[in-house]
Design a protein around this ligand. Structure first.
Ligand code: ADP
Length: 587
């Protein structure tokens, strides 16, 4: 029985046991056919088990609630959590209780965590949580605020009308237009938004009436010149989401809305705000440049003056600064980096104005180093391998050395702090020598590292090298390095037969030249046990990085067809490097 089947069986047993314990199973059998109740009860039971299981490390992870990688990634960001909370608040408001019950466990969220999230958001933005009276969901306010802004910006757009499709789907905009004259009863539009106060439970009022700032006279004020406070707040909230999405390079229809002329922002805002405002903040939000805006969604908003923006700083310092804590000795003391603090126009140069910025991903032993260094020679761009940086540090007499040795020799990942620090130092040294562009190998290896990198510069392309797992182990075990020249060789002869539709693969050994033979050494982490651990960690920590770039349309998948003679020309082809390059480089 595989792990998945075993976990599912455990899950079923637990759910059945809990339902039986609560008498729900008997009730359902007796009633017959109450499927909604069954579903709700099942999820309630799972939630309950999750709470118990959180404390029980012996139980299988499937019982801790599941959540796909994309949602997990979203929940890791403040705007993602806020979005989820807004959805929960809407479901709660609309009394879609079953949906909410399904949604929470599927997102792996505690029952009331969304209320806390909204409470925090509201208190930071000065919303009144305890307002009574008719109210719609906060999500609707945000949407309406945005539509109002959009309408204004169209009006200001020097006669250019933004096409419907750029901002909202036709259906949505039709609905909105129909709804605008009155927020309560327009035939064909959305149903009335207000809810009779009598239907509000006291719990509901206390828990989620933060959306009460949506006023009934919204439509009356809609056409007035002055923007109402609530609209500014809702718009700012939405803009925060938009900026966060933008910073994470997600596509969004509203990003294409033409921006009005942007005057200089007010001086009271922090650096991050100012940098983003300079490039993206639309005119109507200039009215509200105080604490309500982006701070809530930024991870480390440090109040500093605008004169200290790092637009002239090099990438190296931006990467290290984007990591707020650089205390190398404290592995446990990871702080969240202010990803955005160094975004500035010079770092975001167009690819045509600078050398390529590529990343090589792939399992241990796949050949990232081999192909990245060949391309580096071919294109005259530095090959930066964080594994090499770690090994250099490990072999030095520095204070980190013994700490690193222990981590690396167990096949574990070095902390983000240490890696960022080593990488920044390397980039700094390169910049001092006039280097430009890079081929990164072994970085980023975690989603967090990918986010940090994305926060400071644009990656043009990510090459994901792939090879069958059997070959990976053999390649790591056969790897030899010349301790004098650093050359990489391999004594393994790999010949794996094709099976189940997978092609066979043959990789000839890569012998060292005679002068290197006496100096050949094996990496201490290239033992069977450690390689297996490195592969496990790759699958757990680095595989999601592939998705990270896949979702951004930057991932080039490359299945190695064999050894260097077969793979190198094919890789060049995949990279659109012409034949002349292939011949020169293959030599
Ligand atoms: N980006 C990174 N993040 C964390 N640890 C890293 C990173 N890059 C390298 N390391 C550490 O250095 C070791 C060797 O890296 P590397 O030579 O790239 O190995 P591999 O052959 O496993 O790809 C890794 O096992 C890990 O401990």
């Amino acid at each position: 029985m595989d792990d998945y089947t075993r976990e599912m069986m455990d899950l079923k047993t637990l759910v059945t046991r809990t339902l039986e314990k609560k008498g729900v199973l008997a009730k359902i059998r007796w009633m017959g056919g109450e499927t909604a109740e069954l579903r709700a009860s099942v999820f309630e039971a799972i939630e309950e088990e999750d709470r118990v299981i959180e404390k029980d490390e012996g139980l299988p992870p499937a019982l801790l609630g599941s959540c796909n990688d994309r949602a997990k990634q979203l929940h890791a960001s403040p705007s993602g959590r806020l979005l989820t909370a807004l959805i929960c608040e809407y479901l709660d408001w609309a009394q879609l209780n079953h949906t909410l019950k399904v949604y929470l466990p599927e997102c792996n969220l505690q029952k009331d965590s969304w209320k806390a999230e909204l409470k925090e958001f509201s208190s930071k933005n000065g919303y009144d949580l305890n307002r009574n009276g008719d109210s719609g969901p906060l999500l609707l306010d945000v949407l309406e605020g945005f539509l109002k802004f959009e309408n204004l910006s169209q009006g200001r757009g020097a006669g250019r009308r933004v096409p419907e499709a750029e901002s909202l789907s036709n259906v949505e905009s039709r609905n909105i237009r129909m709804r605008r004259p009155s927020s309560s009863s327009v035939a064909g539009g959305l149903p009335p938004l207000g809810r009779p106060a009598s239907s509000l439970s006291s719990d509901r009022r206390a828990g989620s009436s933060m959306s009460g700032y949506r006023k009934d006279d919204y439509s009356r004020r809609y056409d007035s010149e002055e923007l109402p406070e609530d609209v500014i707040q809702a718009s700012a909230a939405l803009e925060n989401l938009q900026l966060d999405r933008k910073a994470r390079n997600l596509t969004s229809s509203w990003r294409t809305v033409k921006k009005p002329q942007v005057p200089q922002p007010q001086p009271i805002i922090n650096q991050t705000q100012s940098l983003l405002l300079l490039s993206t903040r639309p005119l109507c939000f200039q009215k509200k440049t105080t604490d309500l805006s982006m701070a809530v969604l930024l991870r480390n908003p440090k109040p500093i003056t605008r004169t200290t923006t790092c637009s002239i700083k090099p990438l190296s310092s931006c990467i290290s600064r984007s990591f707020s804590s650089t205390t190398l000795n404290s592995e446990t003391d990871l702080k969240v980096p202010s990803f955005f603090s160094c975004i500035s126009p010079p770092l975001r140069q167009e690819p045509k104005d600078r050398n390529v910025q590529w990343v090589f991903l792939g399992c241990p032993g796949v050949g990232k180093g081999t192909y990245a260094s060949r391309l580096s020679n071919l294109l005259g761009i530095p090959h930066i391998a964080t594994g090499d940086l770690v090994r250099e540090e490990l072999n030095s007499s520095g204070t980190l050395s013994s700490q690193l040795k222990e981590i690396v020799n167990q096949g574990k990942l070095v902390s983000d702090e240490i890696i960022i620090s080593l990488l920044s130092k390397r980039l700094e040294a390169g910049e001092a020598k006039g280097e430009s562009g890079f081929i990164l190998d072994g970085f980023p290896r975690t989603i967090r590292q990918a986010e940090i990198l994305e926060g400071v510069t644009d990656i043009d392309l990510v090459v994901n090298l792939k090879l069958r797992e059997e070959a990976l182990l053999a390649k790591c075990l056969g790897r030899r390095i010349c301790s004098q020249c650093g050359g990489n060789y391999n004594i393994a002869s790999i010949d794996i037969k094709g099976e189940n539709g997978k092609p066979g693969i043959y990789m000839a050994p890569l012998p060292a030249p005679p002068q290197c033979v006496p100096n050949l050494i094996q990496r201490a982490d290239d033992t069977k046990e450690v390689v297996k651990e490195r592969l496990r960690i790759y699958n757990e920590m680095s595989r999601p990085v592939e998705d990270f770039y896949r979702n951004r349309g930057k991932l080039l998948e490359f299945d190695l067809p064999g050894g260097i003679p077969e793979s190198w020309p094919k890789l060049l082809e995949a990279l659109n490097l012409d034949h002349e390059d292939k011949c020169t480089a293959a030599a």
